[in-house]
Design a protein around this ligand. Structure first.
Ligand SMILES: [Fe+2]
Length: 202
């Protein structure tokens, strides 16, 4: 597609994105598209060869904080799709955040605990906690299950793979204080590419 960026230009990535585009094209709903994408996503998580070491490295300067690296691998020119790795050092956790788009998230290396939150009046309520091992993955389907926090529980850095139907690193989304429910605008960025600057005069 016009303007697509294959930051990691590898046959595995191109083939996966092609299956995703097909699934979105013929899928009758996000849930249906996700069902069609699942087998290819599982294959991606099971393949130990395709993701270069550089995209499995933490990043000292990062929008997520805590040395968490968010590495763009692919994004659509129109902002409708992105594939990225999220690298979380041992004992580190992300802020509580949302994504504002449907997609799939799966663990590639290490282990994580994921905590899922829901709005409860002005605060957030923890609705589910799950432990993830390599090969485990889940769907994000806003507005349900879109707010979460992940923490690395392994002694090695964890690496998760995200396929989302927006340019997740560059859109303004939300980070939350789970106790007070306070919300702040949040843009994580990517370690390896810039987000478009704001248009002049904005
Ligand atoms: Fe997330």
């Amino acid at each position: 597609m016009e303007g697509d960026e294959y930051v990691l230009d590898a046959p595995v990535v191109r083939a996966f994105i092609a299956t995703v585009r097909d699934a979105i094209g013929v899928g009758t709903s996000p849930a249906d598209a996700i069902a069609r994408i699942r087998p290819g996503f599982a294959d991606l998580l099971a393949d130990a060869e395709w993701l270069p070491a550089v995209y499995q490295e933490p990043a000292a300067e990062s929008g997520m904080g805590g040395g968490i690296g968010q590495w763009l691998l692919y994004r659509a020119g129109d902002g409708s799709l992105s594939l990225f790795s999220l690298v979380v050092p041992p004992g580190t956790e992300t802020p509580v955040h949302d994504h504002l788009a449907w997609g799939l998230v799966g663990l590639y290396r290490g282990t994580q605990d994921e905590e899922i939150f829901a709005h409860d009046g002005n605060a957030l309520r923890l609705t589910e906690r799950r432990a993830l091992r390599p090969g485990d993955f889940y769907a994000l389907m806003p507005p349900r299950d879109d707010i979460h926090r992940v923490r690395t529980t392994s002694s090695e850095t964890s690496v998760s793979i995200h396929l989302l139907t927006n340019d997740t690193g560059c859109v303004w989304r939300h980070a939350y204080d789970p106790e007070s429910g306070d919300v702040r605008p949040f843009r994580s960025g990517y370690v390896n590419v810039d987000c478009d600057p704001a248009p002049p005069g904005v």
